[in-house]
Write a protein that binds this ligand. Structure first.
Ligand code: FAD
Length: 386
């Protein structure tokens, strides 16, 4: 019998990655006699954000998704592209629905325990891991940790990196302005000329949509900058001055090639953003958290190492793409145009989830050919040699 404070696994953080991992433990009979503690400094998430992802066919979150699309659009001054999402549907859900759905299921199982506490430190002690909380200490043989220390947050930007920063509004229009069947993946027609910046539109109903103005750049803008672009977009493309803003969401997501996996140890695995589970070149993490959680479950059962190291080829490609976007930040429009125009949507989506074949990767690299990539590639070799 284990002491009250002793667990098989402790998960620090009940955000996106902590809940994906907990849910994967819950759904695997192998762990039905394991005691799992989930510690979070907050009772529940403060914000209701839209989380979007793509997947093949029916998925485990279909009962809580707000909408899904099999068609998308890409707009730029180089042309308009119809994107085919019929193989990988693009889906969106609300973060609090996801959290409630998973937590309700976990709370029905006596092996899972939730504690509200702030984790101050995690240390190794005689093959046991001690999680030092603000209120008390907890012990487990393995800890999965989604908290990020401040010193790491500062380090992120010493590697090729950008920030994905955006302001989104859920708007309601008087007339039926939106096509519910098709969403806008990226629209560069109204943009900050010096940066990679675009509008993203998720139609939720005929008269309701989430519209976001998004940057992939070094620095966050003043709120008014995003607001002005959103207003311009709404007037120019939907022609409805009487729209109502129902909700707004603001986010800053790190896009970095920092090697997060190096912060994991034998018995402490960093997960989520802290483990590098955000795709550096796109900022997407919802599905990656699900995929990596299942990989961890599988690795435990096979007695393999638990930290998930990205494959070298993806690390390299992300680094080059981030390097090009950092040095030539205004060129995102042409880079993404070439990538989407010259490859099938399914190929691009598989590439972004690191599921592409070598042939598909070569095709993407060839499609992006430009002198900027060559320059950044040579620079990266030169930096390594120094
Ligand atoms: C507005 C917005 C929209 C987004 N949209 C998308 C999207 O469409 N698709 C997508 O894939 N991603 C999206 N993201 C990104 C996504 O939210 C993050 O990448 C993801 O939440 C990272 O998961 P995580 O588990 O690492 O962190 P979090 O979800 O932030 O969870 C970390 C948890 O750990 C807890 N915690 C932290 N430190 C401690 C501590 N010391 N002690 C105890 N608890 C602690 C926190 O309270 C938190 O609950 C969006 C982000 C924002 C802000």
């Amino acid at each position: 019998m284990k002491a009250n404070s002793q667990f098989d696994y402790i998960i620090v953080g009940s955000g996106l990655s902590g809940l994906h991992l907990s849910y994967s433990f819950l759904n695997d009979k192998y762990f039905e006699n394991h005691k799992i503690l989930i510690i979070d400094k907050l009772d529940s998430i403060k914000e209701d954000n839209f989380f979007s992802f793509w997947e093949r066919g029916i998925g485990k979150w279909d009962s809580i998704i707000k909408n899904k699309w099999s068609k998308g659009k890409f707009f730029s001054k180089y042309g308009e592209i119809n994107m085919d999402f019929s193989s990988y549907n693009y889906k969106t859900l609300i973060s609090s629905d996801f959290s409630k759905y998973v937590k309700d299921k976990l709370k029905k199982n006596k092996n899972f325990k939730f504690v509200k506490d702030t984790v101050l430190k995690i240390r190794n002690e005689k093959n046991n891991i001690i999680v030092v909380g603000n209120k008390r200490n907890y012990q487990a043989s393995h800890v999965f940790d989604s908290s990020i220390q401040n010193k790491i947050k500062k380090e992120l930007y010493n590697h090729p990196s950008l920030k994905q920063h955006f302001l989104g509004w859920v708007v309601k229009t008087k007339n039926n302005e939106f096509d519910e069947k098709s969403f806008v993946f990226m629209d560069y027609r109204i943009r900050d000329k010096n940066k990679t910046a675009f509008t993203y539109v998720l139609p939720l109903k005929k008269n309701k949509a989430l519209i976001e103005y998004t940057y992939f750049s070094k620095d966050v803008c003043k709120k008014k900058v995003y607001e002005d672009y959103l207003k311009k977009y709404l007037i120019k493309y939907y022609n409805d001055p009487d729209y109502e803003i129902i909700k707004s969401e603001f986010g800053v997501i790190p896009m970095t090639s920092y090697p997060f996996y190096k912060n994991s140890t034998k018995n402490i695995t960093k997960i989520g953003a802290a483990g590098g589970w955000i795709k550096p070149s796109s900022g997407y993490s919802f599905k990656i958290c699900e995929i990596n959680s299942l990989k961890i479950i599988d690795n435990i059962k096979k007695g393999k190492k638990l930290s998930i190291k990205p494959k070298k080829k993806y690390q390299f490609l992300d680094k080059i793409l981030l390097g090009v976007l950092s040095e030539y930040n205004h060129k995102g429009e042409i880079i993404f145009y070439k990538m989407i125009k010259r490859n099938s949507t399914s190929n691009v989506l598989r590439f972004l989830y690191e599921k592409s074949s070598l042939f598909e990767e070569i095709k993407i690299i060839i499609s992006l050919r430009s002198i900027d990539f060559v320059k950044v590639f040579i620079k990266s070799i030169f930096r390594k040699a120094l």
